[in-house]
Design a binder for this molecule. Structure first.
Ligand code: N01
Length: 539
């Protein structure tokens, strides 16, 4: 880092880290709406963020395409055509590239530029940002748009470095794809990713062995091409659809039922679940309003899904392992699938239960559990991410008075509104820990954050305010509110959940996202702004 006394005048008003959904929109707002000198630094060789990296077989969004998009531009909404109910990774990449071109964003994006460090220079009131290549850029405002799920979690399993075959993490998938033809493939992990990838890999592999540590619920996506009528309906009614997305807890284009699970008879409940199963998707979670609040209500959904697993999977022993689920339904992020449980009826797919027989090591020829060795040509790690805090902590961020973010967060993330942190002036974290983020349909949460940050920066400039930083009491109260909101739900009851950081050995167990609901959260953020940025020290 340069000597702060010799620092050059600010080259930029704002630096944005990341060119995914969040970074692209933030750039548009700061550069084109506020007229700021703003740039994006992006580690990848293209825009797209999470979708640039997650190219694994079967990668598809679990939000419905007509809602997994920006809503800030009516023209964009009218001109873009989605092809399927759930967009596949290449289609989302086409969309984000279209957005980059349509809003002329590329000229302000530096690709292949990974940020290594960012330090707040108090004397100059600037952020000094150093790239891995050693370049240093300065800006008044630093905005992280690094995503919540962008730091791959490759388990440290002894022997991996001596595996003679190929191995891949789904979040760092080769751009040229992987040919599974004639190969014995091992897939580790049964979260949303593993559940999406299983049937697709099984279709070409010689044999697929799925290694399951924690059994998981899944509901059919019921993916299908969009009909012309539906597309027309969306375009004609988008104002209403957007309104629903903004008013609902999770930012999806459907409402949660007003009924509690025990408001109806057992027969009516069964019929409601059957209808939700047939409709498919994350909407299953909205069948009754208390599924994430009342353990007994949740148990009715859990029992329904477990019965479906037993009905679909023909081998009773395999079905029993798949349905031996240890947490409430949707306490972990609920996957949706296309023929996941059905894949276990194929002759070339088998399941290994790691709960009783954990992986001991990787040998040159396969995976060794405490019970057997499984010979493999390819290992696919669908083992998730160092979620939410990981992408921020892998940047060496240093705030006021030499405070390192990794020290500030040693016991878990501490923020105000999941947007800002005490000790880190003029730093904003889009969908940071402590915000609804991963509990929502991400583009809706992203737009809410970007709009709030843009308004905040506009306010600071209009008022001649040089610095914004949350006060300690405001941050303490917010941490309490994040904990309160989580404790009011069943979400913390899934002990293996990445929401809690449980998937990464040694990570503090803290419930990271804000579970109070996106609509409520939006009101809180708006209220803070309306009260002249209450809870912040402005100087
Ligand atoms: O990761 P995960 P993911 N040995 O952490 C297992 C989003 N997403 O990539 O549960 C053996 O959920 C781990 O086991 P356990 C979505 O938000 C979105 O699937 O820790 N197994 C688990 O089974 C999602 O929630 C879309 O016991 C090990 C799996 O690996 C998030 O990304 C699509 C292990 C990891 O599951 C992450 O999903 C896909 C080990 N050492 C994903 N370490 C959309 O549609 C971990 N596991 C938008």
């Amino acid at each position: 880092m340069p000597d702060t006394n010799a620092a050059p005048p600010p080259a930029l008003d704002a630096l944005i880290i990341g060119a995914g959904f969040a970074g692209l929109y933030q750039l548009h707002m700061l550069r084109d709406r506020l007229g700021l000198a703003a740039e994006v630094l992006e580690a990848g060789s293209g825009v797209g963020g999470t979708w640039y990296w997650n190219r694994y077989p079967g990668a598809r969004c679990d939000s419905e395409s007509h809602s997994y998009c920006y809503t800030f531009s009516d023209a964009l909404l009218q001109e873009w055509e989605w092809s399927e109910r759930y967009p596949e990774q290449p289609e989302i990449m086409r969309y984000l590239n279209h957005v980059a071109d349509r809003f002329d964003l590329r000229r302000s994006i530096r690709l292949d530029t990974r940020v290594a460090a960012a330090r707040y220079d108090e004397a100059a009131n600037l952020w000094r940002v150093r790239t891995e290549a050693g370049q240093v850029l300065s800006a008044r405002y630093l905005i992280t748009a690094v995503g919540c799920l962008s730091t791959a979690n490759v388990p440290r399993i002894e022997g991996l470095d001596r595996f003679a075959g190929d191995w891949f993490h789904t979040g760092q998938w080769p751009h040229g794809g992987v040919d599974f033809t004639g190969k014995r493939v091992g897939l580790v992990g049964t979260g949303s990713t593993g559940i999406q990838a299983t049937p697709v890999i099984a279709a070409t592999a010689k044999h697929l062995t799925v290694f399951q540590r924690t059994a998981n619920y899944s509901v059919p996506a019921q993916n299908a091409p969009l009909t012309p009528e539906f597309r027309r309906h969306v375009k004609q009614n988008f104002a209403k659809i957007r309104q629903v997305m903004r008013e609902t807890t999770n930012g999806h284009p459907f409402r949660i039922s007003e009924h509690a699970a025990f408001d109806v008879t057992p027969e009516e409940r069964q019929a409601a679940y059957e209808a939700a199963w047939a409709k498919g998707g994350l909407q299953f979670r909205a069948t009754f309003r208390d599924l994430l609040l009342d353990p007994a209500a949740n148990e009715t959904a859990a029992a329904f899904i477990k019965a479906k697993i037993h009905a679909i999977v023909k081998d009773p022993a395999t079905a029993a392992v798949l349905a031996d689920i240890d947490h409430p339904y949707a306490a972990k992020r609920p996957p949706i699938d296309s023929q996941y449980f059905e894949a276990f009826n194929r002759d070339n797919v088998s399941l290994v239960d790691l709960r009783g027989a954990p992986i001991e090591r990787i040998t040159p020829t396969g995976i060794q559990t405490s019970q057997a060795e499984y010979p493999l040509d390819i290992i696919v790690f669908a083992t998730g991410f160092d979620a939410m805090t990981g992408p921020l902590l892998r940047i060496d961020i240093e705030g006021r008075d030499g405070l390192a973010l990794r020290d500030a967060w040693a016991a878990g993330p501490r923020s105000y509104l999941g947007l800002t942190m005490t000790g880190f002036p003029n730093l904003f974290t889009i969908t940071g820990p402590g915000s609804p983020s991963v509990l929502t349909n991400m583009p809706v949460a992203i737009e809410q954050h970007v709009d709030w940050i843009t308004d905040c920066i506009a306010y600071l400039r209009a008022q001649g305010i040089a610095r914004i930083e949350p006060t300690d009491p405001a941050a303490d109260d917010w941490v309490k509110e994040v904990n309160r909101a989580a404790a009011a739900t069943l979400l913390p009851q899934a002990s293996s959940s990445w929401y809690l950081g449980a998937n990464v050995p040694g990570k503090p167990r803290v419930f990271m996202p804000y579970a109070g609901g996106l609509a409520h959260y939006r009101r809180l953020c708006d209220d803070v702004a309306a009260r002249g940025y209450a809870g912040f020290a402005l100087s």
